[in-house]
Design a protein. Structure first.
Length: 694
């Protein structure tokens, strides 16, 4: 049963019991209404308490029911709330831990609300591309005031119950046992007698409501450019202010039903569940025992090693940082301190926080100091010989059971594991640069990686606030393997007729934070050059444009050399189109006998994004990624794929796999068409009207 009904000393207690977070799915809603009816029909009952079992009062509507018939099946949440309001006996909502979304709306339908301190109170629907759909935009302003309600609804951010203690949201804050406090309150309410108050009858009072609403609109103009929900939240609140409760409620409902169908809301819900699904691994049950991780070792204090160390220092774990030479070690430590000091300047850390963190680092030149580490992460030069040397030494000194991780981005993890006598303890932890900032962590599961090692690293990732996605072993893992195909298409389009600025602009308009050429200038064009040189050797049959090699031969490695695909003025990062580069591109096409043509923005975007999709499909076929949502999480958190499109695989689902396949076959007929053999998975889904994300 999703709802439990008991009577405690003349008070009916309706306990929401629908783990994990008492989502208000159909059976829960039905249980509440039945409980209210039963209590009202029972002469032995004088009041009603609604309380949540487990770790929440309620996390809100059951998101998994959205876009299914159950969502609209009676009793809907609106009907449940009406039943609460209509109850002749007083209804008290007793809130602990979490009252969010529909959960808070349910409580706002009760006559009274009591809460323990520390409960998270929120209307977070906007984060799912929605607005509160069961009266939240109308009732919350009536109890916490217009400005607080606008802030809460438009941001979706939780506020602690004690911060709202002085508002009409709560009738009482309970210290101690919540149920006892609620029962005692319920008796007092029954003693006072009815009619009991309803939030809907309160007024929204504000001396400058129109001004506040206008300012709220201005404040989201940029951030909500691609998301309709924040504007609708404001519109619905405004409607209630201007036209009263009932009209506001009807308008809110209309907006909710429209928003739930939008691609933006689907994308945000996909990301919500995708993030949680990424931590679930089919053959590694959630109760797999994990190893204790209390001391961290990091080898290499360069760009990545320093950032990796910061993650653990921030989480309160001590880090031993090893380098081969004192000056490199000093440089690494200085950089970490500088990064922290920059956060102090921005007001994100105090000087005391910095000193605490710095005190947790133990710099060393000796492997013996890593002997007690529970996890050692290697971030040395990307050369197999160097990695071999490191892992052989680690194998000698690391304690039994220590996890040995590599941050390699291109080398074969199984080969690295074979340098040790304990390949089961070896795993890839592929951080993204800057490692202390980027959310994504690709966790690379080697052929022999032990299950408990994988479970431990996935759990640790949560502690350091990363979105961890498991990848099998292959060149580039999930993210970089796909991006290579995207860049390959971008280079083909240069020789066919486009210029870097046009390609970047087209895909930035699509929503990427940075186009491929600006990105490459930032990362360093020499990195891609090194990868291509290896490809030419290892896969000579693979067709590549050599146009980027030409750029590197000109010494244009990007921002670090002051020139790349673009020109850069000294000390500035603005990408200025370069006549020299554009001339080189046109000359290159001519030399190759290619007749340049105008390429439209639509083609640019389609070729770049579908190149990701096709490689993503192959990655799924090979089992490198377990599910399409994992690929989407990699792209949303590591490659700035536009959130409102939900990732490349959801995007493909949205436009339809038949359209995807048709486009690929069209491009296969054009120049450089050999890159466009649709993955088998694409063809199968196109034929079966299927989707990557079921
Ligand atoms: N519906 C269905 N499942 C939900 C859910 C919901 N509203 N909220 C959380 N869950 C599930 C999660 O998917 C997860 O499932 P899993 O264990 O199978 O992966 C499980 O509950 C636990 O979630 P978390 O891992 O996020 O647990 P935390 O303890 O870290 O956080 C939480 C709990 C704060 C409630 C967080 O889950 C959260 O923010 N949930 C979303 C809340 C929300 O957006 N509510 C609004 C829903 S829309 C609505 O109410 C519409 C209404 O206005 C009509
Ligand atoms: P880096 O050159 O900035 O740093 C490497 C550091 O390792 C240097 O400080 C060097 O002195 C040290 N080092 C070299 N050999 C060593 C050894 N035997 N023992 C101890 N220290 C040693 O390189 P970066 O960029 O930090 O890359 C490190 C690793 O991270 C590479 O495997 C790279 O592929 C990977 N990576 C890099 C990313 C990036 O964006 N830079 C992103 C993701 C992974």
């Amino acid at each position: 049963m999703a709802v439990d009904y008991t009577i405690r000393g003349g008070v009916a207690v309706i306990t929401l019991d629908n783990p994990p977070v008492n989502g208000l799915g159909h059976s829960t809603r039905l249980g509440i209404v039945e409980g209210i009816e039963r209590a009202n029909g029972d002469d032995g009952v004088r009041a009603i308490v609604i309380i949540g079992a487990g770790k929440a009062f309620s996390g809100g509507a059951d998101i998994t029911e959205f876009n299914t018939p159950k969502a609209s099946q009676e009793p809907t949440l609106m009907t449940v709330i009406k039943a609460l309001e209509a109850s002749a006996k007083p209804v008290v909502a007793a809130i602990h831990a979490v009252a969010m979304g529909g959960g808070l709306e349910l409580a706002l339908g009760a006559h009274y609300r009591v809460a323990v301190p520390g409960a998270q109170i929120a209307l977070p629907e906007v984060k799912l591309g929605l607005l509160p759909g069961a009266g939240g935009t109308q009732r919350l302003p009536r109890v916490v005031g217009l400005e607080t309600a606008l802030n809460m609804i438009v941001s979706g951010t939780p506020v602690l119950s004690e911060k709202l203690a002085q508002t009409a949201l709560f009738d009482e804050l309970v210290d101690g046992d919540l149920l006892q406090g609620a029962l005692s309150f319920a008796h007092r309410a029954a003693d006072r007698g009815g009619p009991h108050p309803q939030v809907r009858d309160r007024e929204i009072e504000h001396p400058d409501a129109a001004g506040v609403i206008e300012r709220a609109r201005e404040s989201i103009a940029v951030s909500a450019r691609h998301f309709p929900a924040p504007r609708k939240c404001i519109d619905a609140i405004e409607k209630g202010v201007k036209d009263g409760f009932e009209r506001g409620l009807a308008f809110e409902r209309e907006c909710f039903l429209a928003l739930v169908q939008t691609p933006e809301s689907r994308a945000l819900r996909h990301a919500f569940f995708g993030e949680r699904a990424a931590s679930k691994i089919a053959d590694v049950p959630s109760n797999t025992p994990v190893r204790k991780i209390e001391r961290i070792g990091v080898i290499g204090a360069g760009t990545m090693g320093g950032g990796i160390a910061m993650n653990f220092l921030n989480a309160g774990l001590p880090v031993t940082l090893l380098e081969t030479k004192q000056d490199a070690l000093d440089r690494g430590i200085t950089t970490i301190r500088r990064n922290y000091e920059a956060q102090v300047k921005k007001g994100r850390l105090t000087q005391e926080n910095v000193e605490e963190r710095m005190a947790r680092i133990a710099p060393t030149l000796s492997y013996a100091d890593l002997a007690q580490a529970d996890l050692v992460i290697e971030a040395v030069f990307e050369e197999l010989g160097v990695k071999e040397n490191v892992f052989r030494q680690l194998d000698e000194i690391a304690k039994p059971g220590a996890i040995l991780a590599s941050n390699t981005s291109t080398l074969n993890l199984d080969t690295i594991a074979s340098f040790t006598k304990r390949p089961g303890d070896v795993i890839g932890m592929h951080f993204f640069s800057p490692a202390n900032v980027m959310k994504l962590l690709e966790v690379v599961r080697g052929e022999k990686t032990a299950k408990d090692v994988l479970a431990t690293v996935m759990q640790l990732a949560k502690k350091i606030r990363k979105t961890a996605v498991v990848s099998g072993v292959c060149d580039g893992f999930i993210g970089n393997r796909m991006i290579e195909q995207y860049i390959r298409q971008a280079l083909f389009m240069l020789e066919e007729g486009a210029l870097p600025a046009q390609i970047d602009r087209a895909v930035e308009d699509f929503g990427f934070a940075m186009g491929p050429f600006r990105m490459s200038d930032l990362a360093g064009n020499d990195i891609g050059w090194a990868i291509r040189k290896r490809r030419y050797r290892e896969q000579p049959e693979l067709h590549y444009s050599r146009i980027a090699d030409r750029l590197c031969e000109m010494g244009r490695f990007g921002q670090k050399t002051g020139a790349g695909w673009y020109d850069y003025e000294p000390g500035k990062r603005d990408a200025l189109p370069s006549k020299e580069v554009d001339d080189m591109i046109v000359a290159y096409s001519k030399e190759r006998g290619i007749e340049r043509r105008a390429i439209g923005d639509e083609e640019i975007v389609e070729r770049l994004v579908l190149a990701l999709v096709n490689e993503g499909a192959k990655i799924l076929e090979e089992g490198i990624a377990a599910k399409a949502s994992d690929i989407d999480m990699v792209y949303l958190t590591g490659y700035s794929f536009p959130l409102w499109r939900g990732g490349p695989m959801l995007y493909a689902d949205t436009i339809g796999l038949d359209n995807v396949e048709r486009a690929m076959r069209k491009y296969a007929q054009q120049a450089n068409g050999d890159a466009w053999r649709p993955a088998a998975r694409v063809t199968v889904l196109a034929q079966s009207n299927g989707r990557f994300n079921d």
